[in-house]
Design a protein around this ligand. Structure first.
Ligand code: AP5
Length: 214
């Protein structure tokens, strides 16, 4: 089953995608994670996108479509793909439809996760993660006990450069301007399910499971 998790920054796409990977043998394709990996490994493309990402603006369609194409054409044993943070523009949505067709796959559904801006701001500005294994924490809702990662025991915590209030404003603007039109696009294709992204992580997980049930 191939699904898109669609939602603004902080909607919980990454959190929920990771649980689907762990529990259902699905594969998470997060363009944000791919771009951050390119930055940390210092590739030419990584250097090119760094400032754009830090400001909270969108990277070009060409770059992110290229990244997804590379991943989709890789052989792997998976129960399906979870597109997390992709597509983000109508051009990316069209490209995804073409790419899936090219590899003999189809999109089974799009789950829009709705969260209000106030909650998004709290989630984003309080987020940090383990610099070693990537486990995600939050100042209020999920602090790492004594600053130690529960997964790998590392104390190297870090925050994303685009998790400031200023960059978040730009990211939200990009979402409402460029990405929100995808809600109507997938609704018209009868592929959209909208869920409430507020509440406990486990509650949201259950709503996603229900939305994925045909
Ligand atoms: P990306 O990495 O995709 O960031 P994003 O979409 O802004 O999403 P986030 O990762 O911030 O949020 P999320 O929804 O995954 O929430 P999370 O689960 O972490 O993109 C970053 C940048 O890369 C973009 O700005 C752009 O520059 C570029 N980019 C990426 N893809 C692109 C594309 N396709 N086209 C162009 N440019 C692209 O949760 C957030 C916090 O909330 C965590 O602390 C978590 O613990 C907490 N939380 C989660 N669920 C709950 C809950 N139910 N209740 C309380 N807290 C919760």
């Amino acid at each position: 089953m191939n699904i898109i998790l669609l939602g603004p920054p902080g909607a919980g796409k990454g959190t929920q995608a990771k649980m689907l990977v762990d529990e259902q043998n699905m594969t998470q394709l997060s363009t944000g994670d791919m771009l951050r990996a390119a930055r940390s490994s210092g590739t030419e493309m990584g250097k090119k996108v760094a400032a754009v990402m830090d400001r909270g603006e969108l990277v070009t369609d060409e770059i992110v479509i290229g990244l997804i194409e590379e991943q989709l054409t890789m052989e792997r044993d998976t129960a399906g793909f979870i597109f997390d943070g992709f597509p983000r523009t109508l051009a990316q949505a069209d490209a995804l439809a073409n790419l899936l067709e090219k590899v003999g796959q189809k999109l089974d559904g799009v789950i829009e996760m709705r969260v209000d801006d106030q909650a998004l701001t709290r989630r984003i500005t309080g987020r940090y993660s383990c610099g070693n294994c990537g486990a995600v924490y939050h100042d209020e809702t999920r602090p790492a006990p004594n600053g130690v990662c529960e997964v790998c025991n590392s104390t190297a915590m870090k925050r994303r450069a685009d998790d400031t209030e200023e960059a978040l404003r730009t990211r939200l603007m990009a979402y409402y301007k460029e990405t929100a039109p995808l809600i109507g696009y997938y609704y018209a294709k009868k592929q959209l399910e909208t869920i409430n992204g507020l509440g406990e992580i486990a509650e949201v997980k259950e709503r996603i499971a229900n939305a994925m049930t045909p």
